[in-house]
Ligand binder design. Structure first.
Ligand code: UT7
Length: 333
């Protein structure tokens, strides 16, 4: 009989440097009023120069292990769009720095949907018996890919890492993940893209154009797709589970823009106050946003044992994904 993946620990780490909207307004044509009203973001954390994604991931991973009362895992999966290097993956470094040399370790690249993709991948490792426990980490140093001349991306993204520990268990336990829905539409690949640094650019033999090392985003297109895709994906897993929308106690969606979070709730017909999150305090932390929001909601008492919770994400690719769980007894660290 295959095992279910059961969430048993959650933790997060934010680099200490706070950047307010007013700080950004000092160096680009924007304002606290515009950012708050168009995104719901009040501030974000930026890593100090020299800090890499693995540095944040190790801190968050250690906290998730502590939350679970464990000192190791059989596998480490890191979801990120800002890996330490194009090669090798970031996860083996993270595993070794956590004292887990020898563990299965690899990255998942699905941009802001990466954490949900990584959860499904980790559930597969458990179901196939490859691992009995998996540390799933979302981590980003987005500040390294923000174009200082692009105010649409610079004001929404932030840095951070969040992690959960999954263990083998049974699907009737609180914390058991599933069903999952994952999808993609590569015809929208150009809507969120870092053009330089990959084989497409290098293979052309041409020097990267100025700015190609930064993330470019078609904000309005992404916004429209985000609401539609997360809503459809959420309905899909709810139907598979036999849950109705009113059954949901909490929705923890990718924290991209408060208006997207609100529209998703409206589209689903769910009261907005069931959507928990912390975008006002951390901005959009990419693949890290859902686990950071989980740790935050957990420590603020906004997730209680037995709550029916929807996790749903959307990001570059385009990609999207959702899953469900009954919230287990766990302390966020
Ligand atoms: O995490 C992965 C997925 N990413 C997302 O889900 C992000 C989705 N998109 C968004 O969140 C929003 O599209 C943005 C926050 C990026 C932009 O907000 P918007 O409401 O779609 O703004 P817009 O691009 O339609 O621009 C409206 C106006 C424009 O001025 P004009 O042409 O109307 O005069 C922009 O130039 O706002 C201007 N603008 C700004 N003004 C002040 C754009 N960015 C800024 C800014 N500060 N930072």
């Amino acid at each position: 009989m295959s095992s279910a993946a059961v969430l048993c620990g959650v933790g997060a780490y934010l680099p200490p440097r706070l950047v307010t909207n007013d700080d950004l307004a000092l160096r680009m044509d924007t304002s606290d009023e515009w950012i708050r009203s168009r995104t719901g973001i009040g501030r974000r954390h930026f890593a100090d120069p020299g800090t890499a994604t693995s540095d944040l991931a190790v801190e968050a991973g250690a906290r998730a292990l502590k939350s679970a009362g464990r000192d190791g895992a059989d596998a480490v999966v890191v979801a990120t769009m800002t890996p330490d290097h194009p090669c090798p993956a970031t996860a083996p470094t993270v595993a070794s720095r956590l004292g887990l040399t020898g563990a299965t370790a690899f990255d998942v690249s699905a941009v802001c949907s990466g954490f949900v993709y990584a959860l499904a991948t980790a559930a597969g490792l458990i179901a196939t018996g490859v691992a009995r426990s998996v540390l799933v980490i979302g981590a980003e140093v987005n500040s390294t890919v923000l174009n200082p001349d692009d105010r649409s991306t610079s004001v929404i993204f932030g840095d951070g890492a969040g992690a959960v520990l999954l263990r083998a268990g049974t699907d009737d336990e609180y914390g058991a993940l599933g069903p999952f829905d994952l999808g993609s539409d590569g015809t929208g690949a150009e809507h969120i893209m870092i053009a330089a640094g990959g084989s497409r650019g290098r293979g052309s033999g041409a020097e990267p154009a100025p700015g190609d090392q930064y993330m470019a985003m078609h904000g309005q297109e992404v916004f429209r797709h985000a609401v539609l895709r997360m809503s459809a994906s959420a309905r899909h897993v709810l139907a598979q589970a036999g849950w109705g929308v009113p059954d949901l106690d909490r929705v923890v969606s990718h924290q991209a823009n408060q208006r997207i979070i609100n529209q998703l709730a409206d589209d689903l017909g769910l009261p907005r106050d069931r959507a928990v999150g912390n975008i006002a305090r951390v901005g959009n932390t990419g693949a890290a946003s859902i686990p950071i929001a989980l740790a935050d909601a957990c420590s603020r008492g906004e997730l209680n044992e037995g709550d029916r919770v929807l996790l749903t994400a959307f990001g570059g690719g385009l990609t999207w994904g959702s899953t469900l769980l009954r919230w287990p007894r766990v302390d966020g660290v």
